[in-house]
Design a protein around this ligand. Structure first.
Ligand code: SUG
Length: 432
C-alpha cells in the first residue's frame, strides 16, 4: 500500500479572522496581522520535508478568494471593489469569511477510505460539508473539483457527494486509520444530533455524519470503531480529535482525556486490532500529569504528522512549539528512544497556520492506495523538485507579507491577490 499526503497550498488572503469559535488559537489571534508569504513558505517547507523523507506529497492549489459568487448569493451586487466595500460596511466578519484561506487545513477536506477496507473493493471519497463554520463550508465546491481531478479513475474510485447540510461533517481530522493493508478505523465524533447536552464549545463532528460515511463507504464491519470524544477536552479547545490523539500502523499515541470511557475503549481497540492483524497495537497513553489538556492544545503535540517511511519505520513531524516546550520535548525524546516503530522526529515551524489552530497534521489529507490506484492519480499535483522551486519563486516574488481584513478593500492588494492566484493556476495548467 502507498500512503499519499495532500496539502493545501496556503492562499494569499490568509489572515486571522477569529472565525472558529472553540478553536482557541483562532479566537486568540483575531485581527492580528498575518503574513501569507511566510505561511505559504512554511507549508511548502513541510511538504518538501515529507517528500524528502520518501513519502508521496501532493498539492491542492488555493481556491479563488474573496469568494465573490458566495457574496452574490447573499444579495450583494455591483462590481467587485464596490461590492466588497458594501460587505465590509454591513459585516466585516462576512468579508473575512469570504476571504478565508481555510482550505489549507486539508485534513478536514474529505474522508478517504481505502479499497482494501470496503466491501465493494473501491476507494471511497466524501468531501466534507464543513457546515459548522461558514468560512469552511464555502470550501466544498473547489475541494470537490480538485479531488475529482486528482482521482479521475471512475472504475477504482467512488466519489460521493458531500453529506446533507443537516449532518455536520469535518472529514478525516476525526479519523485514525491503524494497520497496514487492512485498516482499523477509529471514527471519532463529538456529539449526536439527537442529544441536547450543552457544552461550552461546539462539538463539530456528529455521530450521524460519521455513521453515514461508514455506510456510504461500505466499510467492512470488522474494520471500524465508533468512539465519542471526551466533552472535557472539547471544552479545553480540542475541536477535532487530531488535537488529542494520533496513530499510524501499529502505533497509537493518545492523551488520557481523548475519549469517553477511555480505558474500555482502548482495550476494545487493542482487541479489535489484534483480531484484524494478529499483532499487538502499541498504545502510548499520555497522562494529564505528564501533559495537561491545556499544554496539549497550546503545543499541538498530538497534531504531529506521522509518516510511514521507506524502511517501514515511522517518522513524526512535530510543530516547533513541541521542541521549545520541555515537557513535550522530553515526551517525544522518550517515545523515539523507547521500543516502538517511531524512530525519528523532525520539528517544523508552521506558526502562521498554528496561530489559526492548524498544526502539521491539520495541513494534510492522507490516502492509503493500492499500486494501481496510485498509478491512476493525476501526477501534475505531485510535489517534485521543479514544481517546488517554481512555487517558491512565485510565493517569494509576489505573495503579500502583511494582511489584515481591511487590506482587501485596497485595489492594489486585490490585484496582487489575483496575480498570485493566476500565477499558481497557470503553473499547474502548464503541467497538463
Ligand atoms: O477549522 N481554523 C481551522 C483550523 C482547522 C484545524 N484542523 C484540524 N484540527 N484538523 C478550523 O477551526 C481559523 C480561521 C480564522 O479564524 O481566520 C480556522 O478556520
Amino acid at each position: 500500500m502507498i500512503d499519499i499526503m495532500i496539502d493545501g497550498l496556503i492562499g494569499p488572503t490568509h489572515h486571522f479572522g477569529g472565525l472558529s469559535f472553540g478553536n482557541l488559537a483562532s479566537m486568540d489571534h483575531k485581527k492580528q496581522i498575518s503574513n501569507p508569504k511566510k505561511a505559504a513558505l512554511e507549508g511548502l517547507e513541510k511538504m518538501k520535508l515529507v517528500s524528502d523523507l520518501g513519502v508521496k506529497q501532493f498539492i491542492m492549489p488555493p481556491p479563488k478568494r474573496p469568494n465573490i459568487s458566495f457574496l452574490r448569493q447573499l444579495g450583494f451586487r455591483g462590481r467587485k471593489q464596490h461590492l466588497l466595500k458594501e460587505v465590509y460596511k454591513q459585516s466585516p466578519q462576512l468579508l473575512s469569511v469570504s476571504c478565508s484561506a481555510s482550505s489549507m487545513w486539508a485534513a478536514n477536506a474529505a474522508t478517504i477510505t481505502s479499497s482494501t477496507d470496503s466491501l465493494d473493493g473501491k476507494l471511497h471519497i466524501t468531501p466534507s460539508n464543513l457546515i459548522s463554520n461558514i468560512h469552511r463550508s464555502i470550501e466544498v465546491e473547489s475541494t470537490k473539483q480538485y479531488l475529482k481531478q486528482l482521482f479521475p479513475n471512475k472504475t477504482l474510485v467512488y466519489h460521493h457527494p458531500e453529506l446533507p447540510m443537516s449532518l455536520p461533517d469535518e472529514g478525516s481530522a476525526n479519523i485514525i486509520r491503524l494497520g497496514g493493508e487492512k485498516g482499523l478505523y477509529l471514527m471519532v465524533y463529538g456529539r449526536s444530533l439527537l442529544s441536547h447536552d450543552q457544552q461550552k464549545f461546539p462539538a463539530r463532528q456528529t455521530l450521524e455524519a460519521t455513521e453515514a460515511i461508514i455506510r456510504n463507504h461500505r466499510l467492512n464491519p470488522d474494520q471500524f470503531l465508533v468512539i465519542q470524544q471526551h466533552p472535557e477536552s472539547i471544552d479545553a479547545g480540542v475541536f477535532h480529535n487530531d488535537v488529542i490523539s494520533m496513530g499510524l500502523d501499529n502505533l497509537l499515541i493518545i492523551h488520557e482525556k481523548a475519549f469517553i470511557d477511555q480505558e474500555n475503549v482502548l482495550s476494545n481497540i487493542q482487541k479489535r486490532y489484534q483480531e484484524l492483524t494478529k499483532e499487538p497495537l502499541d498504545i502510548i497513553e499520555i497522562r494529564s500529569n505528564q501533559l495537561s489538556l491545556k499544554e496539549a492544545v497550546t503545543t499541538y503535540l498530538f497534531n504531529s504528522q506521522l509518516l510511514k517511511l521507506v524502511d517501514g519505520t515511522i517518522g513524526m513531524i512535530a510543530p516547533k512549539q513541541c521542541q521549545i516546550n520541555h515537557r513535550t520535548f522530553n515526551l517525544i525524546e522518550d517515545i523515539v528512544k523507547s521500543k516502538n516503530r517511531l524512530v525519528r522526529c523532525d520539528y517544523v515551524s508552521v506558526k502562521e497556520s498554528m496561530n489559526n489552530g492548524g498544526g502539521p497534521a491539520c495541513l494534510r489529507l492522507r490516502a492509503t492506495l493500492t499500486e494501481p490506484e496510485y498509478e491512476s492519480v493525476c501526477s501534475k499535483y505531485l510535489l517534485i523538485e521543479p514544481l517546488y522551486e517554481k512555487l517558491i519563486k512565485v510565493i517569494d516574488n509576489i505573495y503579500p507579507d502583511h494582511v489584515k481584513i481591511d487590506s482587501v478593500l485596497d485595489k492594489r492588494f486585490l490585484s496582487q491577490v489575483q496575480m498570485c492566484e493566476n500565477n499558481i493556476w497557470a503553473l499547474f495548467r502548464s503541467l497538463d
